[in-house]
Design a binder for this molecule. Structure first.
Ligand code: ADP
Ligand code: MG
Length: 333
């Protein structure tokens, strides 16, 4: 069982950044408005993700860790299925199987927080305000083969920052901070109040601010706004002009319904637009947000959840291509 869950964990957790992504995902799911990530040694020695979300009730702390491990072991008949079954609800269990994990959490109803040590199972009262801290220590300590594949701390740190950056670019209503070895390395403040998230104008304004904070003021200067609605698909964001690539080569951020994705349909559509308008600009920088009826997209095709499958990829391709073409071809002030 231990072995199977460790192999399964490998599908979810390849490096510290994958754990960071899952933990930040959970914090966002819990309605956090401020998320702080603390790292030691590029996340290998410690990843602590702290949020002010709903918290996990005391009696559910052990369940959060175990819940899916149980169904996984009864359902897993061969290793093949590890890659195909999907990993919804398995992140905490998977990370816990390859690290020393502790959960510290408090709900609004509780008089105190509780701390669960995943390894010993010990549960005891502790102190913190409402929300959750997930602490992951010594990632891959029990799987030295995997630990060997990790790069330098600086490289792992860069990947961790990138993982948070991807979340941050989609959530201007949430503040993010990243600390490494006790030093604040990134901080992006929330510029959208929870009450204003439904106001599309304010959302777009906050998103521009977040793009500026995360990708730099120079990216805003060297990019053009994207906005197009084509049929069931809405595309917004910013497309970088050739100058933008100088400071920030080859950074492409695509979101589908608020979730960061890597998708060939989207990147191909954007690349085609750049080729048409700027005649083969090779390394464009852009952040594109695609909104589409959830029924027309499947986001669960890969355990890491960054791949999607569109029901009608032509419709999405067209919308993105036209959106970026229009943006790049529009006269500039
Ligand atoms: P999933 O997020 O897909 O449900 P996870 O293994 O990532 O699976 O998390 C298991 C459960 O633990 C979640 O469903 C949630 O109930 C709880 N949980 C994890 N992290 C947090 C958090 N930061 N705040 C509140 N609840 C959390
Ligand atoms: Mg999760």
């Amino acid at each position: 069982d231990e072995l199977i869950s460790q192999i399964a964990a490998g599908e979810v957790v390849e490096r510290p950044a994958s754990a960071v992504r899952e933990l930040v995902d959970n914090a966002l799911d819990a309605g956090a408005t401020q998320i702080t990530v603390r790292l030691l040694a590029g996340g290998v020695r410690l990843i602590a993700v702290e949020d002010d979300g709903s918290g996990i009730p005391q009696d559910e702390l052990p369940v959060a860790l175990r819940r899916h491990a149980t169904s996984k072991i009864t359902n897993l008949h061969d290793l093949e299925s590890v890659a195909t079954m999907g990993f919804r609800g398995e992140a905490l269990a998977a990370i816990a199987s390859v690290s020393e994990m502790a959960l510290l959490s408090r709900t609004a109803q509780q008089a105190s927080a509780f701390l669960l040590d995943a390894r010993s199972g010990e549960l005891r009262p502790a102190a913190r305000s409402r929300g959750t801290t997930v602490e992951v220590k010594e990632l891959f300590f029990s799987t030295p083969a995997r630990r060997k594949f990790l790069k330098t701390d600086a490289t792992e740190l860069a990947h961790c920052i990138e993982a948070v950056r991807r979340h941050a670019l989609a959530r201007p209503d949430v503040g993010f901070a990243i600390w490494h070895e006790g030093k604040l390395v990134e901080q992006w403040r929330a510029t959208l109040t929870p009450a204003a998230t439904a106001d599309e104008g304010k959302r777009q304004q906050a998103l521009q601010q977040r793009l500026s904070d995360v990708l730099g003021e120079d990216f805003i200067r060297d990019s053009v706004p994207v906005h197009l609605r084509l049929g069931a698909v809405t595309v917004t964001g910013r497309a970088g002009l050739p100058d933008a690539a100088r400071s920030r080569a080859d950074q492409q951020f695509c979101y589908v319904n608020g979730r960061f994705v890597r998708d060939k349909v989207l990147t191909h559509a954007a690349r085609s637009a750049y080729e048409d308008v700027l005649h083969g600009h090779k390394q464009p920088v852009y952040a594109l947000y695609v909104q589409i009826d959830p029924q027309r997209v499947d986001v669960n095709v890969h355990p890491t959840k960054i791949e999607v499958r569109f029901r009608d990829s032509r419709e999405v391709h067209q919308a993105v291509r036209h959106a970026v073409e229009n943006a790049l071809a529009a006269p500039r002030a």
